[in-house]
Design a protein around this ligand. Sequence first.
Ligand SMILES: [Zn+2]
Length: 362
Amino acid sequence: MATPEDARRANRSLLLGTLHRDGPLSRADLAKRTGLTRATVSAVVRDLIDESVVEELGIRAAGGVGKPATLVGIDADGRHVLCIDVSEPAEFVGAVVNLDGKVVVRRTYDRKGRTGRAAVTLLKRICRELVHDAEGPLLGVGIASPGIVTTEGVIVTAAHLGWTDVPLALELSTELDLPVHVVNDANAAALAELTFGEPTAPHLICVRVDEGVGVGLVLDGRLFTGSSHAAGEIGHVVVDDGGAVCACGKRGCLETEVSEPLLDRRLEEDGADEAAVLRAAGTHLGTALATVVGALDVTEVVLSGPPTVSTETFRTATTEAIASRTLPVIGARLVVRPSTLGFDDVIVGAAARVLDQELGIR
Ligand SMILES: [Zn+2]
């Protein structure tokens, strides 16, 4: 049964979601759009102003009839979110992000090959530093990690970081005394598109290329994580039976053909043909994606990762590989594009996760 606390949370979420999408608005407009009473809107808005999440933004002149109304909107810098992306091969990226998804502070920290507990220790140090330097009150902390991450923020497995069953959210929230939310990096990139980007359809596939390859799935406007939080883990789908041996023991996994370190290595080889390297990698990616795209009928594919995956050559090869392996009806509508959030999409997505969990903004 719904408790008064559930109702309060639902009302806050409804009002904040409306302001996030359509704000600033007057209290009367908010009541009209949400179906809540004027009294409820006023009470919830008052609380949100006290919490520095919403602010009053001056008066809008009345158009014709009625008296002028005070507009309210999200107070973008009233609260900040501390975000760390640990999915990059060489460095951890730390940032302070505001409630509009804008990166206010961004720092990189050399990972120096750290894995296991040493990587957790570095992460804690970065968090403490950023908390210390934060100028405004913090809403919470968002961590984007590769691998399989539970809703409670336990890293079930992140092979490249040597993490197995690490209760990261619990460890960090105990250390920092702040709410901490952890999200898979491909899911973070998808959430960034959903919350702050310009998705043109309610279904979206976000492909994240870093030390490996992962996919974030948005279905009906919601992140889909599967029955064991492993939806979109396509890195070990075999795309070449005679391919190189993968870290998992199989041959020719997608990750043996497409990853950031691998692409860098191949492009740095003497006499490397850049277009051919990108075409081959894009084709392998498209081959692995074709089944996902075909099964779900999702025609918007967002690519997240190093600049190489945003190139026209890579995107065209990916598009052609998917289109030639799926029904014409899918190929005709297929769009493969870079993230609208640029290279900070994962960081911004970690913030989106905190906004979702702490404020119900989605
Ligand atoms: Zn593998």
